[in-house]
Design a protein. Structure first.
Length: 278
């Protein structure tokens, strides 16, 4: 009997449930009040990535998105990874070597009209990665409060409820997310829900990010020249490849995304040459 058509092994038990059953569970537990369309997006995202939706690796983020045709803003649900997903993916590489406690800059009084709040000027977080030669690489991100906080509305400069309540914790998450992306580029380059929640999408680049999450348009075409350059950098080893990756533009990075895992594996396979002593 011909058994060419086989059933794929289900690695995530919750994804073996019917969509209706899984939607019911998610609607009544992790995503109460969410629209069915938004929960379907979560399930599709998790199926495509092999993630367990019951661990809430992604969040449903309400965003004020500018319609490209009408020019008007409207609230939409956008599915975005949470910082917990980036932490998990970093650990799964086997190279994660920990993260520093957040370091905050001096406080300042942030004032909008009669509203006042004490906030940190900046936050710095360092993520450590174990390199192929056994040494520990440190990847630091420094994020400014004024550049990251979410406002209470499109026409307001006052922080939203979460940034009012937890100005330090929210900024620390933003800094850690950036540091994780620098240390583990293969884990993804998409902004996290913690970074985007409550923000108005009135910038073309951010609006493009929102569309990529929900509509997944085609990636930029990968040229032979760019691929050859990436392969040459990967051949130099992981440290050199990571340093080069930091200089890659968003467009080229998106074009290389389908090959990133392969390139990273190639870079990590390059043996570390011992230093010669004079």
């Amino acid at each position: 009997m011909n058994t060419a058509v086989t059933v794929a092994k289900v690695d995530v038990p919750s994804l073996a449930m019917s969509e209706q059953e899984l939607m019911s569970v998610l609607r009544n537990s992790l995503y109460p009040g969410a629209k069915d369309e938004s929960i379907k997006l979560v399930i599709s995202y998790c199926r495509a990535s092999g993630l367990d939706p019951m661990q809430k690796p992604v969040h449903i983020v309400p965003m004020n998105v500018k319609d490209a045709q009408t020019g008007k803003y409207e609230w939409r649900d956008v599915v975005m990874p949470g910082i917990g997903l980036y932490r998990t993916q970093a650990v799964r590489t086997g190279a994660y070597a920990g993260v520093s406690e957040p370091e905050f800059g001096p406080d300042e009084e942030f004032t909008v009209g009669e509203f006042k709040i004490r906030v940190p000027l900046w936050c710095k977080v360092t993520v450590r990665r174990r390199l192929d030669d056994g040494q520990i690489g440190e990847y630091t991100a420094k994020e400014l409060w004024r550049e990251n906080y979410a406002t209470a509305g499109k026409d307001s400069a006052v922080p939203n409820a979460m940034w009012k309540k937890r100005p330090y914790a929210q900024l620390a998450k933003c800094a850690e997310a950036q540091a994780l992306r620098k240390a583990f580029p293969e884990a993804g380059a998409q902004p996290t829900a913690e970074e985007m929640e409550g923000k108005s999408v009135d910038d073309a680049a951010i609006e493009g990010t929102a569309r990529r999450v929900t509509e997944a348009p085609a990636l930029p075409q990968l040229s032979d020249e760019l691929l050859a350059t990436a392969e040459a950098e990967a051949a130099k080893g992981y440290a050199a490849f990571s340093a080069w990756w930091e200089t890659v533009s968003d467009k080229d990075g998106a074009a290389l995304t389908p090959r990133l895992k392969e390139l990273t594996k190639k870079a990590r396979a390059v043996p570390i040459e011992p230093e010669t002593q004079a």
